[in-house]
Design a protein around this ligand. Structure first.
Ligand code: ZN
Ligand code: ZN
Length: 281
């Protein structure tokens, strides 16, 4: 028996059964709703949040209940279309079976004030499945599985030049891009990025592409060293005081733009301490 076009009716998925409890299980292959498509997952990254969800760090929220399938940084190919997608010539062409796509974690309700303003990642109906809101891999099934369903609103066709592995970084890359845009990095600016994790690394590269004259990265160890090929000036916070160091590198003024990608209280405090007074714009 198959869902569509030879897709098996069951699939393997990493199923969370409770806090810290999971196993590889055979489960039914999901069926795409009206505005969704079914995709075969070809790559799925492990987000920093995922191990916390697995351990049960967000009880009753992520996941809302067990069993659950998480995973929200993925790329794959479309294998079957929901009825509305199939009925729309434009969507059916854009998401024809075989199309390589990458998934976004968020799909807004589409009707609240924030969604209408384009800020669907802060949808006011967060977690309300009836409103149409989805946070794939958090409040809705994710991609630690052979197949996943997604609204076409949360899918982006991948250029041929981009591999599935690289495509799985779409969501992470988007977060960093938003930071650079909101930070309004200008030509010649000194940019500081605290935290050389995946989002920090994207932020450095986008910052350089946006015209930053210098990118300084605060971190430690292996990850800090990995920032150097991107032309970043490394500051090891274990060896020196990063606030003093940034002040020294900027003639005492502080950096034009500082973007905090570490997610710690210390980094937030340091970010304020190393930022130049005023707004360049
Ligand atoms: Zn993530
Ligand atoms: Zn909304």
């Amino acid at each position: 028996m198959s869902v569509a076009g030879g897709t098996p009716s069951s699939m393997e998925a990493l199923v969370l059964l409770g806090p810290g409890d999971f196993e590889l299980r055979e489960v039914p292959t999901p069926i795409p709703a009206a505005d969704e498509v079914l995709c075969r997952v070809r790559a799925c990254a492990i987000c920093g949040t995922d191990p916390k969800i697995v351990k049960g760090a967000f009880p009753g929220v992520w996941p809302k209940s067990y069993p659950a399938i998480i995973g929200h940084e993925w790329a794959g190919e479309v294998v079957a279309l929901g009825p509305e997608v199939a009925a729309s010539p434009r969507l059916a062409a854009r998401f024809a079976p075989g199309t390589r796509v990458a998934g976004e974690a968020h799909k807004g309700c589409g009707g609240c004030a924030n969604c209408l303003a384009g800020h669907y990642t802060i949808c006011q109906n967060y977690g309300d499945l009836e409103s149409g809101h989805r946070h794939y891999g958090f409040t809705a099934p994710g991609a630690y599985a052979q197949y996943v369903v997604s609204s076409v609103k949360a899918l982006h066709p991948l250029p041929d030049a981009l591999s599935f592995d690289d495509g799985a970084m779409l969501d992470t890359a988007g977060v960093a891009l938003q930071g650079i845009r909101r930070g309004r990095v200008g030509v010649g600016d000194t940019l500081v990025v605290l935290g050389p994790g995946p989002i920090g690394m994207f932020t450095v590269q986008y910052g350089r592409a946006a015209g930053a004259g210098r990118a300084i990265v605060v971190g430690r160890g292996d990850r800090l060293r990995r920032a150097e090929p991107f032309g970043a000036i490394p500051i090891d916070y274990e060896a020196v005081d990063p606030v003093e160091q940034v002040r020294e590198l900027t003639g005492g003024e502080g950096a034009d733009v500082v973007i905090e990608c570490a997610g710690t209280k210390t980094a937030c405090t340091q970010a304020v301490g190393m930022t130049k007074k005023g707004d360049a714009w």
